[in-house]
Design a protein. Structure first.
Length: 338
């Protein structure tokens, strides 16, 4: 089955073509980082307008790259949520309209399910079941994944997510948007330990997260000590280390609690080099295996939407009724069929 995927949940327009027999045939991505940089974050109206300009040209590009025609499609998958309402409506409207014109199914995909399943695009792919650490934008969650559509929430953030802590702290340090890559780049020249930042909920008796206090600690350090260039680098290094410590500790605790031996890491923060190094090393010492999506599929992309849509279509887990809707807020665990 040949599935076209459309991702427009936030500030990246992603288009991809996935074949269940041949794998990923082509994909293209346009990022809006430069568009939103002057504002220090995503401006929803600008994001929606840019998606409108990009979806169809990128679709033509992907179809040409794969040497495929629209008539060959078996379905069109689009991100139905969660995300920015206006941005979601662009992809959903175009995807559903295209599917209707072709008399093919239109599949609304959960954005986080796309991230969660994206490591299956790598080789080797993790077999089910596994624990998934989802660290994408405003989401930080641990899930038990028994299969496609079989998700159990183990823990989640009670306030700011890891990605939000990176973004907000980057602003405090005078860095650009997005904050995660900016913090990681600055931390390369810094030394963790000069500043002491908290590791929120590190020793709690559950698998939940909290990162708002970490952001506040960075604010306090900036106000009280006015760090110079070297100090800012050291503070960035300590912030990155604090977030990595919490994510690694909680992820390993989830593996121990569930009795599983495989961990999947997905989402933009999953591209962080320090997190990957510490998580891989710590898991190996305990006999666990960690799987990551290719770096190009850590951030939002069309490949994960086409792939998730194809898997749902194969298993008959998709709703293909006429029309479309978007869900800016959408609980991933609500997808579970078990």
């Amino acid at each position: 089955m040949l599935v076209l995927g459309i991702e427009t949940s936030c500030d990246e327009t992603g288009i991809a073509l996935y074949d269940t027999d041949r794998g990923l045939l082509a994909h293209a991505l346009h990022t809006q980082v430069a568009l939103h940089a002057d504002y220090g974050g995503v401006v929803p109206e600008l994001a929606s307008r840019d998606h409108i300009r990009r979806v169809l040209p990128l679709t033509r590009q992907v179809m040409a790259q794969a040497q495929a025609t629209l008539a060959e499609l078996d379905a069109v998958a689009y991100t139905a949520g969660p995300g920015l309402a206006g941005a979601l409506l662009v992809g959903a409207g175009i995807g559903a309209s295209l599917a209707h014109a072709l008399c093919k199914p239109a599949i609304g995909v959960h954005h986080l399910e796309g991230h969660l399943l994206s490591p299956l695009l790598a080789n080797p792919a993790p077999p089910f079941p596994f624990v998934a650490l989802l660290v994408s934008g405003g989401h930080t969650q641990l899930m038990r994944v028994g299969g496609v559509g079989n998700y159990t929430l183990l823990g989640e953030t009670v306030d700011d997510a890891a990605g939000e802590a990176f973004d907000k702290s980057a602003k405090l340090l005078g860095l650009g948007y997005p904050g995660g890559p900016a913090i990681a780049a600055l931390a390369e020249s810094g030394r963790a330990g000069r500043y002491t930042l908290p590791r929120p909920m590190l020793r709690s008796d559950n698998l939940d997260f909290s990162f708002s206090g970490l952001k506040t600690a960075v604010l306090t350090a900036v106000r009280n000590q006015t760090p110079d260039a070297r100090g800012r680098a050291d503070l960035a290094a300590e912030l990155q280390a604090a977030i990595a410590d919490v994510l690694v500790t909680k992820a390993l605790a989830a593996l121990e609690q569930t009795g599983l031996e495989r961990l999947v890491v997905a989402g933009g923060v999953g591209a962080n080099r320090l997190l990957r190094e510490q998580l891989t090393a710590s898991a190996k010492r305990r006999g666990y295996t960690v799987y990551y999506p290719p770096l190009e599929f850590c951030t939002d992309n069309g490949a994960m939407i086409a792939f998730a849509g194809a898997l749902r279509l194969q298993k008959g887990l998709c709703e293909t009724a006429p029309g479309f809707s978007v869900r800016p807020r959408w609980d991933l665990a609500s997808l579970s069929t078990v």
